[in-house]
Design a protein around this ligand. Structure first.
Ligand SMILES: Nc1ncnc2c1ncn2[C@@H]1O[C@H](COP(=O)(O)OP(=O)(O)OP(=O)(O)O)[C@@H](O)[C@H]1O
Length: 596
């Protein structure tokens, strides 16, 4: 923190002294560049942090600028009330553009946001109230305690203060639990949802933030230039903005600022050859996307690769304290659940009930419906018929994030870690148990958010230590050995303090030792009071670990009982097409008894 302040102080002093050496025109270029930097931060928040393609940022900018222009020149409202309304209008535009993001993603979202931006340009070019192609002039200079802001030099200081505030807010948001959830959503929306992130609201929040930054930039632009016209909000400027964010580094707020300031000056220098300059930006953007996807912001990390800890070590798992015995009750009840996909019946009248503190195994041949059952329990699929109860409460059809907050956590057959978040951040995402409606605190009570984040960080270290992952806290999951990634996924699921843990093939890809340690972890989780349901193909593990096994075949329950019972059930043997299962399972069942 101290080092950061030491770094910040000279930058702040240089920014404050900057106008002293500049001519009038250069000052104007700087003023415009700062406005683009604010716009770029907004775009970085939606595209880089939240992963939502947003080609309407220039329209939010336009809504802000035009609202000030129309209200001040047509209705006689003074500048600052018009500015407040401009921010509200741009935020409303953000909400409007965010609505399609609830249903579509990636290039579809790009096309829709681009369409909305074009619609805006069309409207201002044709509407009388917006001055058509000629635009609106004579926008009043913002009054400010008698300071003459018609001077580009003095306006710069207003911009500087606003810029410092919006930059600090963006940095605060991206480093907070909200920013982490947004990055988690960007990396894997399904997994983020299963860990309690309310994806639709998060997407809307990203667009609202974009609108907010667009509105602030727009009102500053109207106050600076005192004139607005459609060409400022054109698609070519949208692409310039995109180039700024991509070259600077879309996932980094500082990268976006550097990209915006840098390209604003390059654009000025290339004004005489602007047609070729556009082509040049395009080529540079493509090169950056291919060779430096993190943009300029990612370069320091590439050059000064953080020295890895010497021989990071997977430490032993520290068992949970055993929970005192509780009265017997049903933790999970599946009642006559059917799931159809068009013609295909993946689950047919499946019923099972899992008592609290049991390890339940779900086995069955490939395609028998095991993962579909998990998807129904965790809210990814709504069952065609039937009910799911958690601790006696009906939870059928609830969304994954609600079920996560209700106490269900899961892992995935094909690991779904947040690949660009560190191991610590993966765990931190799961530790955050707040609803998205909590986000008003980011504006009203930022210190409470900072305190909450500190408490989460403390708990994250505990989780990492328990799972022996402390040495890997700063690592990027995809660079870790598979066995460690599997452990990170279980640690992340447990960080959400579940009452029911669903493990989908947790032993897949693990070697013999790792499978042994996995069994030890799962038993400890059960002993801590958590009910565990595990899908597994490793029959040795299933037989030694599970208290009770349910066998699925063709979407139906064909057997249900203790490991010993199902191992010799002829329907099970038949379902596995032969008796290959019997020999090892019996052996393991014996081994299990010996263990106890
Ligand atoms: N979203 C979906 N759309 C259509 N069919 C699906 C969908 N999800 C699953 N299925 C089908 O449902 C059936 C059961 O699949 P499921 O993945 O649940 O089996 P599984 O027992 O988990 O198999 P495996 O052991 O190979 O993971 C399969 O025939 C599968 O193709």
């Amino acid at each position: 923190m101290k080092r950061r302040l030491l770094l910040l102080a000279p930058i702040a002093v240089a920014a404050w002294l900057l106008p002293y050496g500049l001519g009038g025109y250069t000052m104007h270029v700087v003023d415009v560049a700062v406005i683009f930097a604010i716009l770029a931060i907004g775009l970085g928040l939606t595209m880089g942090v939240a992963g939502q393609i947003n080609l309407a940022q220039v329209a939010f900018f336009g809504v802000g600028a035009y609202t000030v222009a129309i209200l001040t020149t047509r209705t006689g409202l003074s500048f600052w009330p018009a500015a407040v309304l401009a921010i509200l209008a741009a935020v409303a535009a953000g909400l409007l553009v965010g609505i399609p993001a609830l249903r579509m993603q990636s290039h579809y979202l790009g096309i829709v946001t681009l369409g909305l931006a074009l619609g805006f340009i069309n409207w201002v070019t044709n509407a009388g109230i917006a001055g058509r192609a000629e635009g609106i002039s004579n926008i009043p200079v913002p009054p400010l305690f008698g300071i003459d802001l018609s001077s580009g030099y003095l306006f710069y200081y207003l911009e500087l203060v606003v810029f410092a505030l919006v930059l600090a807010f963006a940095l605060f948001v991206t480093r907070s639990p909200l920013g982490r959830r947004m990055r988690a959503m960007r990396d894997d929306g399904l997994a983020a949802g299963a860990l309690g992130a309310e994806i639709p609201l998060l997407r809307m929040t990203a667009f609202v933030l974009s609108g907010l930054y667009g509105g602030v930039a727009g009102l500053l632009y109207a106050g600076l230039i005192q004139f607005v016209a459609p060409e400022t909000f054109s698609i070519s400027n949208m692409f310039l903005l995109l180039a700024m964010v991509i070259i600077g580094g879309r996932a980094s707020v500082i990268g976006c600022v550097i990209g915006a300031l840098g390209l604003a000056f390059v654009r000025e220098a290339l004004l005489d050859v602007s047609a070729y300059a556009q082509l040049g930006y395009g080529i540079v953007v493509v090169l950056v996307v291919v060779f430096f996807p993190q943009g300029l912001a990612g370069l320091p990390a590439q050059v000064f690769r953080r020295k890895a800890r010497e021989r990071p070590r997977l430490a032993p798992f520290v068992p949970y304290d055993e929970a005192p015995p509780t009265p017997a009750r049903t933790a999970l009840e599946i009642d006559q659940v059917t799931k159809r996909f068009k013609g295909l019946v993946a689950l047919q009248d499946v019923s099972l009930s899992v008592p609290v503190r049991e390890i339940r195994g779900i086995v069955g041949p490939n395609g028998s419906g095991k993962t579909t059952l998990f998807n129904v329990i965790s809210g990814f699929y709504t069952p065609t018929a039937g009910r799911v109860r958690l601790d006696g409460n009906a939870v059928t059809g609830l969304t994954p994030y609600r079920l996560s907050l209700e106490g269900i956590a899961r892992t995935f057959q094909n690991l779904r870690l947040f690949e660009d978040l560190t191991v610590r951040d993966n765990v931190l995402v799961a530790l955050d148990r707040t609803r998205t409606s909590w986000i008003w605190r980011y504006l009203a009570l930022p210190w409470a958010v900072a305190g909450y984040d500190r408490s989460l960080r403390g708990r994250a270290e505990e989780v990492l230590q328990r799972f022996g992952l402390s040495d890997f806290a700063d690592a990027i999951p995809r660079l870790l050995p598979y066995g460690i990634q599997r452990r990170v996924e279980i640690a992340r699921a447990m960080a959400s303090s579940p009452s029911l843990l669903l493990l989908d093939e947790p032993a897949a890809g693990l070697n013999g030792d790792e499978v042994g340690r996995l069994a030890e972890i799962v038993r400890s989780i059960r002993d801590s009071g958590v009910t565990v349901v595990v899908i597994e193909h490793n029959m040795g593990l299933v037989m030694s670990l599970c208290d009770h096994i349910t066998v699925l075949s063709g979407g139906r329950v064909i057997a249900d009982g203790s490991p010993d019972e199902v191992a010799v059930d002829p329907r099970v043997v038949e379902a596995y097409l032969g008796d290959s299962m019997t020999a090892p399972t019996e052996r393991e069942a014996e081994h299990d008894h010996a263990d106890r």
